[in-house]
Design a protein around this ligand. Structure first.
Ligand code: 13P
Ligand code: SF4
Length: 351
């Protein structure tokens, strides 16, 4: 990356000192992640966001829903900053609050809202998290989806899982032992979600029809292909991948799990990784004693994660030095209250 910009980022961070706390998700670019005080997956960053209550500015190098959650979990005097406001998430955009409220009405008409617990993946807007909190539900991330679903089945008989159908299905079937027939897919673009009241009443898990545009691209053929190319390869994928890909893989887990698994792997072992490319490239560099390859043949960055680049980070930091708080993410207080209820239920899950 541009040495001038690296120097400017360093100087701005030094000038701000303890007043700034920089968080970086594992999918961030190398040029950005080098300036993070803490790196992590979505869960670790949600937990760590409140770790520095003294910091006036929390600069979030990640995407919009993560910055919203950080705003909800940090103090009122702390400003959360997203260096590029266009860093959204296509999956979070697949569940609009109006659509979700309409779906809840459809579930009410089927007479099942009393026994249904909503669980929303972290990758959703604050409004969806607030809906979940208001309706006895919890947030989950890819590292605690199993515990969140087990908790939900202690509270009720059914789960309404938003917005990632793949994480919901993979967790229900592979971790909880439910069958594919226990899951139905609610399509917000069809009347009544494309489901009859009887189908809704028979289901154990109602999956929202959303997906990650990055992880959704990994195909079963890539798993078959890499096993042919690299005999003995271990296939390690993120649970946002399709069910057929996760089923064919050897290991499945969040970005933090992927990093720890590679750390613990013996020298000489071979790994094909199905997650975002910035992370896979860093893992390959960090493990020269192991063969680490990207699961797919096509390039697979998350375009919105990549929007946070060094020029945007420098711009945000230098503005803070000059006393201008740019790109602040502030969640409406009522939404924040109920979203926090759902986030706190996740943070209280055992383990
Ligand atoms: P985790 O950080 O939970 O692994 O999720 C990956 C992801 O897609 C974040 O946007
Ligand atoms: Fe959203 Fe997928 Fe990008 Fe994560 S990797 S921010 S889920 S589009």
């Amino acid at each position: 990356s541009d040495p001038g910009l690296v120097d400017r980022a360093r100087a701005a961070k030094a000038a701000l000192g303890d007043r700034v706390f920089v968080l970086g998700h594992h999918y961030q670019r190398d040029e950005v992640i080098q300036f993070a005080d803490v790196t992590g997956d979505s869960f670790k960053l949600a937990r760590d966001a409140a770790a520095r209550p003294d910091a006036e500015f929390v600069v979030f190098c990640g995407v919009h829903f993560m910055a919203e959650s950080a705003d909800i979990l940090t103090g009122p005097d702390q400003a959360v900053i997203l260096p590029d406001l266009a860093a959204g998430c296509s999956m979070a955009d697949m569940a609009a609050i109006g659509q979700v409220e309409d779906a809840w009405d459809v579930l009410a008409d089927a007479g099942i809202t009393d026994v249904t617990i909503p669980i929303t993946y972290m990758n959703s807007t604050a409004a969806i998290k607030a809906f979940t909190g208001r309706n006895r539900g919890a947030v989950c991330t890819s590292s605690n989806a199993q515990r969140a679903l087990e908790w939900a089945f202690e509270q009720g008989e059914k789960v309404f899982f938003l917005p990632d159908q793949h994480l919901g299905r993979n967790t229900a079937v592979l971790e909880l032992g439910l069958s594919l027939d226990d899951c139905v897919l609610y399509d917000p673009h069809k009347p009544q979600g494309g489901l009859t009241a009887d189908e809704l009443r028979a289901a154990k898990v109602i999956l929202w029809k959303g997906h990650c545009s990055v992880h959704g691209r990994f195909a079963l053929e890539s798993v078959v292909d890499v096993r042919e190319r690299i005999p003995g390869v271990n296939v390690l994928v993120h649970p946002e991948c399709k069910h057929e890909v996760v089923t064919a893989a050897d290991y499945v887990g969040s970005t933090e799990f992927i990093i720890k698994t590679l750390d613990a792997a013996p020298a000489g072992s071979a790994w094909a990784i199905g997650t975002e490319l910035n992370l896979v490239k860093r893992l390959a560099l960090a493990h020269p004693d192991k063969q680490v390859v990207f699961l797919d043949k096509t390039v697979c960055f998350c375009a919105t994660m990549n929007r946070i680049d060094l020029p945007h980070l420098v711009w945000a930091l230098e503005n803070l030095v000059e006393g201008n708080v740019v790109n602040r993410i502030e969640v409406d207080p009522d939404v924040a209250h109920w979203a926090k209820v759902a986030l706190d239920r996740m943070l209280a899950l055992p383990g």
